[in-house]
Design a protein around this ligand. Structure first.
Ligand SMILES: Cc1cc2nc3c(=O)[nH]c(=O)nc-3n(C[C@H](O)[C@H](O)[C@H](O)COP(=O)(O)OP(=O)(O)OC[C@H]3O[C@@H](n4cnc5c(N)ncnc54)[C@H](O)[C@@H]3O)c2cc1C
Length: 359
């Protein structure tokens, strides 16, 4: 592993944490010409590593557009496509999401929303389909599809960014020690490293950050299974019926996810495994094998909005966090907003302003 350059006197930014948030931001800053150093210890708790990486423009509960979907979707496609070129990697898969109807009312509401020109029509298929065969025994009788959805291959994305940073001597694999940080008016000092600014992207471990532990987080643990199921035949679509089944290739599927707010760690549990198996068995009656079982903690905020912007008291300290269940979709758009703020002092969406929690 490459160590940092001895001469780091011209660093513009230290970034702490390299999950989806730190990765998206790091590449955005490098492309804008900034010199950065990412300090990351993935063993601490890395929610991104187990994320399915799905983006979905629709809130299923009410069949409404998810927050800012019209702006987020084009931005994420353009961002990750440009990453694919920079990193020379295949990272995104554009897919549809199959949404089965459990009752006639649901179908009627869907078709109404799919024809709502002002609102949801570009994301909902106007047709409905019959008899999706998930296997020989189970028929989803009627369903439709969410358009403009997909997934990022998160693991590959993180690995490619780490490698890119290492090759640029911009990566330090260690736990950030807050006792060694000193934030001055025009400079940030960390051990022997000096930078103009620092950006915190530690996911749910933001609660351990003495500069930011006033942010009211509501982290949610989640677990997934990876199953091998040769006859499932889902091809390119993601299936969603209160839980998702997403194709990974080679007859492997990621299934998830669970929600739990009490025990916040990365250890898989028997309880979540049983819950997911029950859900799979309600849909699939052919044999499958469980190949992996993983857990992570989503960095969600009490008001379910990200936290992006400058620290209310330290002008050279920034926060890029709180992406909850949707980092893949939100991070590219808000990285651009943060970058514009840093470069041109343009306003960031007030709903994500960290100062909203500071009296
Ligand atoms: C089961 C599950 C399924 C999910 N599915 C999806 C999905 O389909 N689509 C989607 O968009 N999102 C999904 N998510 C949510 C997604 O995982 C999060 O939104 C995202 O991972 C948050 O990224 P992050 O970079 O903020 O945090 P993290 O990924 O947790 O990264 C933080 C990094 O900072 C490091 N760190 C923390 N403190 C320090 C320190 N002091 N020193 C050094 N390093 C430090 C951590 O170890 C880690 O490497 C899912 C989450 C779960 C749990």
């Amino acid at each position: 592993m490459h160590q940092r350059k001895k001469n780091n006197s011209h660093l513009n930014f230290i970034i702490v944490g390299q999950g989806i948030a730190g990765s998206v931001l790091a590449l955005s800053l490098i492309k804008a010409g900034f010199k950065i150093l990412v300090i990351n210890q993935p063993q601490l708790s890395l929610s991104s590593k187990i994320a399915a990486g799905i983006w979905n423009p629709i809130v299923f509960k009410r069949l409404t557009k998810s927050w800012l979907a019209d702006d987020l979707i084009p931005e994420l496609i353009s961002y990750y496509e440009s990453c694919e070129k920079t990193l020379n990697a295949n990272l995104i898969h554009k897919r549809t999401i199959i949404k089965p109807f459990t009752e006639e009312q649901e179908k009627i509401l869907w078709l109404k929303k799919a024809n709502d020109n002002e609102n949801t029509n570009i994301f909902l298929d106007k047709r409905h389909y019959e008899n999706l065969k998930l296997d020989e025994n189970y028929n989803v009788k009627s369903y439709s599809k969410v358009l403009q959805a997909g997934n990022l291959d998160v693991e590959h994305f993180l690995e490619s960014i780490t490698m890119y940073l290492e090759n640029n001597s911009s990566y330090l694999a260690e736990e950030f020690d807050f006792a060694q940080l000193s934030i001055k008016a025009n400079e940030v000092l960390y051990k022997t490293i000096s930078a103009k600014n620092i950006i915190f992207c530690e996911g749910h471990l933001i609660t351990k950050n003495p500069y930011l532990n006033w942010i009211p987080m509501k982290p949610a643990k989640g677990e997934t299974l990876t199953i091998h199921c040769p006859n499932l035949n889902l091809q390119n679509d993601i299936f969603n019926k209160g839980f998702f089944i997403m194709p990974l290739g080679n007859d492997l599927y990621k299934v998830g996810a669970t929600y739990e707010w009490e025990t916040l760690n990365d250890f898989p549990t028997e309880k979540a495994r049983a819950e997911l198996i029950k859900k799979i068995d309600s849909i699939i009656s052919i044999p499958y094998q469980i190949k992996a079982h993983e857990a992570g903690v989503r960095p969600a905020v009490v008001d379910r909005r990200p936290i992006v912007g400058a620290h209310p008291e330290y002008k050279n300290t920034f926060i890029f966090n709180g992406f909850g269940t949707k980092a893949v979709m939100l991070a590219p758009y808000f990285a651009k907003q943060l970058l514009n703020f840093i470069q041109n002092n343009t306003a960031i969406n007030t709903e994500v302003n960290p100062a909203r929690f500071k009296k």
